[in-house]
Write a new protein. Structure first.
Length: 254
């Protein structure tokens, strides 16, 4: 289960989420360009909600999030959607009740990604589709340059192992899943200042601390100013860059 503080954090930020979701909008566009979304759609880690009007085969949407505040925004933005307040690792849905699953930058939060995939498999109907975008290993290298450390994300082979794929070099299928597409793409977003950059990473389940420290420690004023200057040195005409590696997985349940 995710810590309750995660849910509280997103609930408090729900009304302001759209001001800081540049990465989420970029990945949503890529994810949807190859997604197979039909029938009863479960949007896992839905945030304030996603418009699925471009998918006429979707008959109804269940928006799922651990943060009740996000679901309140969904109800305002998409009143026809059903909402469900639960953890991706313990979906409060019946077995074989969902035709397709969509999840954009949410499942990297999970303590056990395989458990989340098992839950997706349980709720999907036979031959149902799973469409995921996940922050992957290699993300946020600029934070190290700036003297911060961050948590690690899973590699594509590790993510695929949750689908029963033992070797990414072999055909991407198992007795449980057929992986239709698996790719990692680099996405760079830009920020006007260091503070907004650090705020943005919270939305993808990342946290930053001092390099070499075992816990999050408040920086002194001088140490903060040093990092502000380093960040300005990284800046381009677009702003201060922050690079992500995003794993896109499109799979069909066996």
């Amino acid at each position: 289960m995710l810590d309750k503080s995660v849910a509280d954090t997103f609930s408090h930020a729900a009304s302001l989420y759209k001001q800081h979701d540049v990465l989420q909008r970029i990945t949503a566009k890529t994810l949807q360009s190859n997604a197979t979304l039909t029938g009863h759609l479960a949007d896992i880690g839905c945030g304030p909600g996603t418009c699925f009007n471009d998918f006429p085969e979707v008959s109804n949407v269940t928006a799922i999030d651990i943060a009740a505040g996000m679901l309140e925004q969904v109800s305002l933005n998409y009143p026809k959607y059903l909402t469900l307040n639960c953890d991706a690792q313990e979906l409060m849905l019946s077995a074989n009740s969902v035709d397709s699953v969509y999840s954009n930058l949410a499942l990297q939060w999970c303590e056990s990604f395989p458990k989340a995939v098992n839950e997706i498999e349980r709720v999907l109907v036979a031959n149902g589709f799973c469409n995921l975008a996940i922050v992957a290993d290699g993300s946020l290298p600029e934070l190290q340059t700036l003297g911060f450390r961050t948590n690690q994300f899973a590699s594509m082979p590790t993510l695929l192992s949750a689908f029963g794929v033992k070797d990414a070099a072999t055909p991407l299928s198992s007795s449980r899943w057929k992986v239709l597409q698996a790719k990692v793409e680099k996405v760079t977003v830009y920020f006007d200042d260091l503070r907004s950059l650090l705020y943005s990473i919270k939305g993808v389940g990342a946290s930053a601390g001092q390099a070499g420290s075992q816990s999050r420690v408040m920086l002194s004023k001088s140490a903060w100013q040093e990092r502000v200057l380093l960040a300005k040195g990284l800046a381009t005409e677009k702003g201060i860059p922050l690079t992500y590696h995003i794993a896109y997985i499109h799979a069909q349940k066996g």
